[in-house]
Design a protein around this ligand. Structure first.
Ligand code: ADP
Length: 479
């Protein structure tokens, strides 16, 4: 197939390669022509010495003509050979600079099938793939940016050196705009926050903290729940951390309003309820036994007692929720246990329960009144819900770095589907039974709060076959 010069002019011509090629051709062919000419000259002079002049002239003409033809062919071949390279270089550079404006027909300028055109076509395909990847990447980036700016949470990511990688508009709104190469510490000074980021960058694990931050121009601090997660490359190498700041200030305020409201209502109810109870008792004294109105007064008295217990429990919960201080001291567990059992002795005796006590650890550093409340609520529940002549075990022991209280009974048990909810306020497994027993539905919620305030926890499990209930309270020893 004949060579054809492309109509599309290459914007780049590889001159160096072209001249080197031509020079090599000339340097290779011209001496060969010269040698052939000299040999021909020597031979012809020997054969026809009388025509020496004409032979010389003819040979000179032949040398000049063949040198011109060789030079022309070299120039032409060189030009055709290096021209596509120029196009390919231009194409490669445009791909490098993410310039995908060249169309396919422009790039497929070498029309004869050759390695050059294969290379050019391959390069074009690579360019097209990169272009589509770039497009989908920028689409994804746009989507992420839209999601980030729509988030009500402030989000910021830092690299391993603590320099900001990105942050969303909410972050800029809360902590102010910063320079391109700003560091997290330029926005937030809180040592807790900076330390949490540092830890994640060091060990690569996610963590959550709650913190208070004072924003510029605001008189009071805001409460934030901060979740930090590591950022990893595809090969799992850690390259930064991302933090989501969830502003809890309004939630906390609403919670406080609720706690205050419940506390105020309970407080207001306490005085009239005590008065009603007092009057009912006084009236009852004047009415002889067997009189039907005595029954009404007893009902009033019983219900008032329930309301007083409810108000008492609500006040207790409010004080725990509002963060009243835990007053820790050395609690003598044997003494505390016998005091609680003494308070419950009349109800225990009425149901003829057998209570056995094991004190495996003598003292506990905790708030004595709160520990007493925990034990009271658990043993009272056991006495309430275990049928007459049941068995109740109260054990104190040290296990796995914690002082543990076990209250175990052989009553009807709590079905396992209720275990996760039984510590919620007013959650009753059997509402009718609980109300009959005078329960407020708050006893276990109070136990859970007290345990949390001590940095511990409470759990429930059932005995074999779902019979019997086992409550375990763990007080961590390191506090
Ligand atoms: P209540 O005042 O109703 O007893 P609690 O919060 O103390 O409220 O207990 C929640 C529910 O858990 C109770 O209503 C009862 O159904 C169940 N419960 C608690 N302790 C026991 C137990 N020892 N045996 C069986 N059920 C129990």
């Amino acid at each position: 197939m004949p060579f054809r010069i492309s109509r599309n002019k290459s914007p780049y011509f590889p001159k160096q390669l072209f001249f080197r090629f031509v020079l090599q051709q000339v340097l290779g062919i011209v001496p060969a022509v010269g040698i052939v000419a000299v040999c021909a000259h020597l031979y012809l002079i020997g054969v026809l010495p009388e025509a020496a002049k004409q032979i010389d002239r003819a040979l000179i003409f032949l040398v000049i003509a063949s040198a011109t033809i060789v030079a022309a062919i070299s120039l032409w071949t060189g030009y055709r050979l290096v021209l596509p390279l120029g196009r390919i270089l231009v194409k490669a550079r445009s791909i490098q600079h993410r310039d995908y404006s060249a169309r396919e027909e422009e790039t497929a300028a070498v029309e004869e099938p050759s390695e050059w055109s294969d290379l050019e076509t391959t390069l074009h395909k690579i360019g097209r793939e990169m272009q589509s990847k770039d497009r989908s990447l920028s689409r994804e980036r746009e989507q992420v940016e839209v999601v980030m700016s729509a988030l009500t949470e402030a989000v910021a990511a830092v690299d391993k050196a603590g320099t900001m990688l990105f942050y969303n508009s909410q972050f800029a709104l809360l902590f102010g705009p910063g320079r391109q190469d700003a560091r997290l510490s330029d926005f937030i000074r809180s040592p807790d926050v900076l330390e949490a980021f540092r830890e994640t960058l060091k060990d690569g694990s996610a963590r959550q903290i709650s913190t208070q931050l004072r924003l510029k121009g605001e008189a009071v601090s805001r409460h934030f729940a901060l979740s930090i997660a590591p950022l990893r490359q595809e090969n799992d190498q850690l390259y930064g951390a991302i933090g989501v700041f969830h502003d809890l200030t309004e939630l906390r305020r609403m919670d406080q309003v609720r706690i205050d409201f419940v506390a105020n209502v309970s407080h207001e109810l306490r005085t009239p309820l005590t008065a009603i109870k007092g009057y009912a008792e006084t009236l009852k004294e004047d009415i002889p036994a067997g009189d039907p109105s005595r029954k009404f007064l007893e009902t009033i008295e019983r219900n008032t007692d329930r309301l007083i217990a409810l108000v008492h429990d609500l006040l207790n919960l409010s004080s725990l929720e509002s963060g009243a201080e835990i007053e820790r001291e050395q609690v003598q567990l044997a003494e505390l246990t016998s005091r609680v059992l003494g308070q419950l002795e009349s109800v225990r005796a009425a149901k003829r329960h057998e209570i056995s006590v094991k004190i495996g650890t003598p003292v506990l550093c905790a708030d004595p009144k709160r520990v007493e409340q925990v034990l009271y609520n658990l043993v009272e529940n056991a006495i309430k819900y275990v049928p007459a002549e049941g068995k109740i075990d109260v054990n104190w022991e040290i296990a796995e770095g914690a002082a543990r209280l076990h209250v175990i009974d052989n009553g009807p048990g709590i079905p396992s589907e209720h275990h996760s909810r039984v510590f919620e306020r007013f959650y009753r497994v059997d509402s009718a039974r609980s109300r009959d027993q005078g329960g407020t539905g708050l006893g276990l919620a109070i136990v859970k709060h007290i345990m949390q305030r001590h940095g511990g926890n409470v759990s429930v499990s059932s005995g074999s076959g779902g019979k019997g209930t086992h409550f375990t309270c763990s007080f961590p020893l390191d506090r």
